[in-house]
Structures are given as C-alpha cells and as structure tokens.
Design a protein around this ligand. Structure first.
Ligand SMILES: [Zn+2]
Length: 106
C-alpha cells in the first residue's frame, strides 16, 4: 500500500479542504483548496457509488445510490452499505498505520 497526503503545490501546506460539487446528470466532483494560500490544489471526479460518507448512515448511502441511477433490491443495498462501511473502516486504519510508518522514515 502506498499512501500520500494531499499537499499544496505552492506553499507545501497540508491544510486543505475538500469542496464537494453536485450537478444534475454529472458525476460528483471534489475540488481541493489550500487553506493557507487559498490556491486551487486538485480536483477529483467521483465514480458512481464511489463515495462513502462515514457516520452519515444508511439513508445517505441510499441517496447516493439513487443519484448514481443504480437499481438494486433493498436487501442488496443494505448489504452493500454494511460491506462498504466495514471495508472502508478497516482500510482507513491501515492507511493511518502506513502513514505513521512513512512519517517515521522521513
Ligand atoms: Zn497553499
């Protein structure tokens, strides 16, 4: 696993904010802005079902699925949500541990 934290290319700050943009008929997009020099740092396009907002619960996940135009039975969606939550939580812990090791090496 390789991990990187987003860093401003102009002032090297790691203090950035993600601005989530939704437009009808388009994929959700994230703009990253530096909080220190306010520069535009990067943008990401989120793939359908690519976004999981932890702690927001099943209802929020369901709305995301509806926006993506995906049709699934309620049971399958519930399963998808539980799997995603578990998997992302686990992976997040792994990401943090990898980042910590990387910081010690630097
Ligand atoms: Zn900056």
């Amino acid at each position: 696993m390789v991990v990187h934290t987003q860093r401003c290319q102009y002032c090297s700050s790691e203090r950035v904010r993600n601005i989530l943009v939704r437009k009808a008929g388009e994929s959700d997009k994230v703009f990253v802005q530096c909080l220190d020099c306010e520069s535009f740092v990067a943008s990401y396009v989120i793939s359908p079902l690519g976004y999981y907002h932890h702690g927001k619960g099943y209802e929020s996940f369901l709305r995301g699925i509806h926006r993506s135009g995906e049709f699934m039975s309620g049971r399958n969606v519930q399963r998808l949500f539980e799997d995603r939550k578990e998997q992302d939580l686990e992976e997040f812990q792994e990401v943090l541990a990898t980042l910590q090791r990387k910081r010690k090496e630097d």
